[in-house]
Design a binder for this molecule. Structure first.
Ligand SMILES: Nc1ncnc2c1ncn2[C@@H]1O[C@H](COP(=O)(O)OP(=O)(O)OP(=O)(O)O)[C@@H](O)[C@H]1O
Length: 241
């Protein structure tokens, strides 16, 4: 897939992040640029401390860069630390997050965990229930709708978290080591879900991962080292199985 042929979902241009100052200054990311097309699923690799989370949280509008621009769809949202939108509401409407652990709310059922994301955006209980059930069905966990998270396996919890991240039809999905707590096969299933979501719903997806076994699922891989981001060739062409 080339980013030229499809509209851009995410454009990060020359992102630099400096933590601290003077003796304690850390340049966690330097001139990091990435374009993700709608429908493209990107793996972000790199050793511990290389700047992956710094990049992901910048693109996710959680941790603004010191300099550089972030454009989501056709909207320039961040120019350095200067916001051109209300970041909180922009994030809620356009960006879905998935973390290493599913972070489901323990006292809500699976379906309620998905509904809450829509209700926070003003949707009615009834409409949000309908969509939540559709999403759980799409992700193959509709039969678990009434269960509390503690009754679900790690893989099922991650599927609910993916459903929750899709609730508001985000144009961008960002996942930080979403399969770290899963075994190889379940991890792969979750990665395949990201590819399905990207391809079928047209979202731009970035997944930080250490799991090299599932790289063939991704359209593109990037590697971060010492805060420098490099695009590596598409894995489907590079990885021989
Ligand atoms: N809030 C902070 N203040 C100071 N330095 C920070 C802060 N957050 C991260 N760093 C530093 O920035 C660098 C990049 O960290 P980051 O968490 O982005 O790496 P990472 O690739 O996500 O690592 P991991 O794979 O271990 O999660 C590291 O040197 C880290 O110590």
């Amino acid at each position: 897939m080339t980013t030229e042929s499809k509209p851009i979902a995410i454009e990060a241009a020359k992102l630099t992040k400096i933590y601290g100052s003077g003796n304690t200054e850390v340049v966690a990311m330097r001139d990091a640029s990435m374009q993700v097309a709608q429908g493209e699923v990107v793996a972000l690799l790199g050793p511990s401390g290389s700047g992956k989370s710094t990049f992901l949280t910048a693109v996710g509008l959680i941790n603004p860069p010191t300099s550089g621009q972030i454009t989501i769809g056709d909207k320039l949202v961040l120019d350095g630390a200067t916001a051109h939108a209300n970041l909180r509401s922009f994030r809620r409407r356009h960006i879905g997050f998935i973390f290493q652990k599913s972070n489901l709310i323990p006292f809500l059922t699976a379906v309620e965990n998905v509904q809450i994301a829509m209700q926070l955006n003003g949707q009615s209980k009834r409409a949000s229930y309908r969509r939540a059930m559709e999403l759980l069905d799409y992700l193959g966990v509709a039969d678990r709708a009434a269960n509390y998270p503690s009754m679900l396996s790690g893989g099922q919890q991650q599927r609910i978290a993916v459903a929750r991240s899709l609730a508001n039809s985000p144009s961008v999905i960002l996942a930080d080591e979403p399969t770290a707590a899963l075994d190889g096969q379940r991890g792969r299933q979750v990665m395949e879900l990201f590819a399905k979501v990207a391809h079928e719903q047209g979202a731009g997806v970035i997944v930080v991962t250490h799991d090299h076994r599932s790289l063939d699922v991704f359209d593109t891989t990037y590697e971060m080292e010492d805060g420098i981001l490099n695009r590596t060739k598409t894995t489907t062409m590079e990885v021989s199985k």
